[in-house]
Design a protein. Structure first.
Length: 316
């Protein structure tokens, strides 16, 4: 052995150890260069570094960093693939399945999301997040009753999460179960009193119940919380006009335009209010300006808020 070492400098065992150390060193360099790149926003470079590291060793933590980098890059399909590779390395880590399920929902793959969440529940039956995501998936599949059932299971486990109550409220509203929907949205507001969308939803429920003053108060509350909330301004103005409070509506739209001078739909709404008042010249000016602005910003393509989708795919 001594002659062998003197001739070749190291044993084959030592050569193997040195090779392994070199691989580990290169792996660490790529991995931590990728992390540094992520921290300073160089996501494309981070992705390349993580992939180089993973070519050396398929490692769970690095795959997770890669998935997060792909998400920041907006490449959801690649992030799903990274999470899938993670599940092969550790099928007991349920958060991986949860993260993948959220991405499946973003990709409108409701059945795949449900499958992941059902797997999570076989491992941890008390994971309210899985029930919540299943509820979102069933909503996507246009199965409101099944969605409500899943959300109710989530609430049995965790009854202090406003998002769950708000989503269930929207589904109950769809089914015209307004009293139960109102109970849920009231709970959501109690849990998250600064949540603008909860007041918007409750306003819509009050309208369905023909309680216009309460609806108007909720839309007004949203404007107070957020002076730039366009839909709240429009709904408030609409209700004022429905109550023939034309001057109040015009003043309301004056405020909306003052806060957001390029708010095309507010000009259009104010123009209609001025038309009702008999101010033909002012109405024409506003309607013309509104048409110009909506064409510039493509505001005409905007749809009313869909409260049932509002909380879909939020980080859990």
């Amino acid at each position: 052995m001594g002659i062998f070492k003197s001739l070749f400098g190291q044993t084959s065992e030592q050569a193997g150890e040195n090779k392994d150390k070199e691989k580990q060193r290169n792996f660490d360099i790529f991995k931590y260069d990728g992390l540094k790149a992520m921290k300073i926003g160089k996501i494309g470079y981070a992705v390349r570094c993580f992939n180089e590291a993973l070519a050396i060793e398929e490692e769970f933590e690095t795959l997770n960093y890669l998935a997060l980098a792909y998400i920041q890059q907006g490449d959801v399909s690649e992030a799903i693939e990274a999470y899938s590779r993670m599940t092969l390395l550790d099928s007991e880590e349920t958060d991986t399945f949860l993260n993948r399920a959220q991405l499946y929902l973003q990709e409108n793959q409701a059945e795949a999301a449900i499958a992941d969440c059902e797997y999570i529940l076989t491992k941890k039956s008390t994971d309210y997040r899985a029930h919540f995501l299943i509820g979102q998936a069933y909503k996507m599949l246009n199965r409101p009753e099944a969605a409500i059932d899943s959300l109710s299971k989530a609430i049995e486990i965790k009854n202090d999460m406003a998002d769950i109550f708000l989503l269930r409220s929207g589904l109950l509203t769809e089914l015209k179960q307004y009293d139960q929907a109102l109970q849920d949205v009231n709970t959501a507001i109690r849990l998250a009193p600064e949540e603008e969308n909860a007041y918007m939803q409750r306003g819509a429920i009050y309208e369905a119940l023909k309680d216009t003053p309460s609806a108007l108060q909720d839309y007004t509350t949203v404007v107070e919380l957020n002076p730039f909330h366009e839909q709240a301004y429009l709904e408030t103005g609409r209700l004022l006009l429905e109550q023939h409070l034309i001057e109040e509506a015009i003043l309301h739209f004056d405020e909306a335009i003052e806060n957001k001078p390029d708010f095309g739909r507010a000009y259009t709404a104010r123009g209609k209010a001025k038309e009702l008042k008999g101010d033909t010249v002012g109405a024409l000016d506003d309607l013309k300006r509104g048409a110009e602005l909506t064409e510039e910003t493509d505001e005409t393509s905007q749809q009313p808020v869909n409260f049932n989708e509002m909380y879909a795919n939020r980080p859990l």
